[in-house]
Design a protein around this ligand. Structure first.
Ligand SMILES: [Zn+2]
Length: 235
């Protein structure tokens, strides 16, 4: 009995150790991508993109459930080319997380237009036909998504919304520039840095999912190398 317990405990602590080291490695990797534009751009090559249109995520329905399809960079480039869009638009995407194997995940809104981009919004119906899905209001689909996708898409939506709302510096009125990962926006004229901070979901009780957002953004030039928005969701 005690021998069994010893093995079980060791297994358990090994499991915790594995979990912790995976978590630490992921956090480090995400931190690197948030700070290093080149590393982030490289991560896009092997990454996966979740698409949005005017903050509504692209979803596919199978039975009573929704799924969020993911697209590779190559697929995305082909898609944009097909709709006569500049692939430069991919730079509007924001980093939303990564897998245990360090596949980076990004979100891109094809309906919103950034101040820096010359692209017009892409027509929604044509895009939906092409992508075999529909851009669905997230609140309507939330309970038909699995917990992981629901929390990921909610965070992605919040981050895309934050970027859309902070395209201009509140002091100088000049357009702010997003870094590659979308972990900050910088005003070129007075060097103010804006950081989004997003707290993600908690599964509170039973099947009830409740959002708990905590919005704070700072305008400070050098302090606080970004801490958010990648807080890991606990279920
Ligand atoms: Zn400014």
């Amino acid at each position: 009995m005690s021998l069994y317990c010893g093995i079980a405990c060791r297994r358990k602590s090994f499991w915790y150790f594995r979990l912790l080291s995976t978590y630490v490695a992921k956090t480090r990797y995400l931190f690197e991508l948030k700070e290093d534009d080149d590393a982030c751009k490289k991560a896009q090559q092997t990454g996966a993109f979740y698409l949005f249109h005017s903050l509504a995520p692209l979803l596919q329905k199978s039975g009573h459930q929704y799924q969020a399809p993911r697209h590779s960079l190559l697929e995305l480039e082909r898609l944009l080319a097909k709709f006569g869009q500049d692939t430069q638009r991919i730079e509007d995407s924001v980093l939303i997380g990564c897998s245990d194997q360090h596949e980076a995940w990004f979100a891109l809104d094809l309906g919103l237009t950034s101040s820096s981009s010359q692209n017009a919004a892409i027509q929604k119906p044509e895009m939906e036909t092409e992508l075999k899905g529909s851009f669905t209001e997230l609140t309507k689909a939330l309970f038909q998504l699995n917990t992981k996708d629901a929390s990921l898409l909610t965070m992605a939506q919040a981050l895309l919304r934050w970027h859309d709302a902070h395209q201009f510096c509140s002091r100088s009125g000049q357009p702010t520039k997003k870094n590659m990962a979308g972990s900050k926006r910088v005003c070129p004229s007075n060097k103010i840095i804006y950081y989004p901070q997003v707290k993600v979901w908690k599964r509170l009780s039973g099947e009830k999912l409740q959002k708990r957002w905590d919005w704070r953004w700072k305008d400070c030039s050098t302090l606080h190398p970004s801490t958010g928005p990648f807080l890991i969701a606990h279920s």
